[in-house]
Design a protein around this ligand. Structure first.
Ligand code: PLP
Length: 377
């Protein structure tokens, strides 16, 4: 088979439903800013997660993590325990909240934060532990919450990969302290760009609802009833982080497709990969319960120092690959590698993500599997 078109690593799966939703906002509503569609999206996320917690939508997942942390109102330079192996957005959001990321090792079986390593890094300034649900895996989240309780830490979950994932019979976001989602162009659902914070903490909620609108107090309630605040007070640093009606409309259309269409397809593709690649000696696959997670990416470990060779081979065969992620402790802003995290660095040299999105056809997936097998033959 000759594959002429490049197979994308990930992409937005959008079409008539999203276009129609945008059309309705533009033609029928005419107001593109933050209004009733955002309120409706928040309500629908709440129903989807089956939670009593409140949802606050913002314009990116990065903004969600930033405000989730800012809402805790911690002393500046408080320390946040976080795995180094995450998207730079996580670290930038911590810095934006004027807190200090403390880079931790990961458990190589799940690529989630190594709790023993994190515990060793706790100081008097440590106030938060921030788990990243890497590749939709949450690790031992119960143990993480027990550790947080023991040291009186707040928990802010970077659940950008885990919208739709189930843990202990509950959806991620329906329980926990402060949980942050991303709806950027390639996540399990997209709103174009966007994110959401889920929490039950009234102080955090009040802070972030204002902070997404430049800190203008109680502007959210006004906007949801079609008004604006002209006479107001500001008590906290705020940002221009609110979501627009247009983006919420896309998100609503996507949410309708998540359970019936996106999650089953992601699961089935991930299971196919797993079954087809598990016997290849040069690869190590991550174990997952594919009936519980909503797989966002499909990283594998390439053994024997052959990651870059496999990557090159796949690119030459029009198959796009990813490396999730460059560890943050290697970046200049976070120490430039002056501290060694051996497990993280070893994993980084092995990780390769192969295409996973609901638009991937069986034919494309078979082609990818064939090429990986032929590389190792
Ligand atoms: C996507 C992502 C983010 C940031 O979300 P944006 O919506 O792109 O700002 C944060 N953390 C992780 C792990 C992500 O994958």
């Amino acid at each position: 088979m000759t594959q002429v078109e490049k197979i994308r690593l990930s992409k937005s799966i959008v079409g008539e439903a999203e276009a129609e939703a945008l059309r309705r906002v533009i033609i029928e509503d005419g107001y593109l800013g933050m209004g009733k569609h955002v309120q409706n999206f928040e309500q629908k996320i709440k129903e989807y997660l089956e939670t009593e917690k409140e949802i606050v939508c913002v314009n990116s997942g990065t903004a969600a993590v930033h405000l989730g942390l800012a809402g805790l109102e911690l002393p500046p330079d408080s320390e946040v325990l976080v795995q180094s192996l995450t998207f730079v957005a996580t670290f930038q959001a911590i810095g934006a909240a004027r807190l200090r990321p403390v880079a931790c090792e990961v458990d190589p079986a799940t690529v989630t934060i190594d709790l023993a390593d994190a515990e060793r890094r706790i100081t008097e300034k440590t106030k938060v532990i921030l788990p990243v649900h890497y590749a939709s895996r949450v690790g031992d989240l119960e143990a993480l919450y027990r550790l947080a309780e023991k040291y009186k830490l707040r928990v802010v979950e970077d659940a950008a990969h885990a919208f739709g994932t189930i843990y202990n019979n509950k959806k991620i976001g329906s329980f926990g302290d402060v949980v942050c989602f991303s709806f950027d162009g390639i996540k399990n659902i997209t709103s174009g760009e966007g994110g959401a914070i889920v929490t039950a903490d009234p102080k955090v909620l009040a802070h972030i609802k204002d902070a997404r609108l430049l800190g203008v107090q109680k502007d959210t309630e006004k906007r949801y009833s079609g008004q604006r605040s002209w006479d107001f007070d500001v008590k906290n640093q705020g940002y221009r982080y609110h979501m627009s009606n247009l983006f919420a409309a896309i998100g609503l259309a996507q949410l309708n497709r998540l359970e019936a269409e996106f999650i089953p397809r992601r699961r089935s593709l991930a299971k196919n990969y797993f079954n087809a690649l598990i016997d290849i000696a040069g690869l190590k696959l991550f174990e997952n319960d594919f009936d519980l997670i909503a797989p966002h990416i499909f990283p594998v470990r390439v053994l024997g120092d052959r990651r870059d060779a496999l990557r090159q081979y796949l690119i030459e065969n029009n198959i796009e690959c990813g490396i999730h992620y460059l560890p943050n402790h290697l970046l200049t802003l976070y120490g430039g590698g002056s501290e060694k995290l051996p497990t993280t660095e070893q994993l980084y040299s092995e990780l390769l993500s192969i295409p996973l999105h609901p638009g991937l056809t069986d034919e494309q997936q078979n082609h990818i599997i064939e090429k990986i097998k032929s590389f190792f033959q």
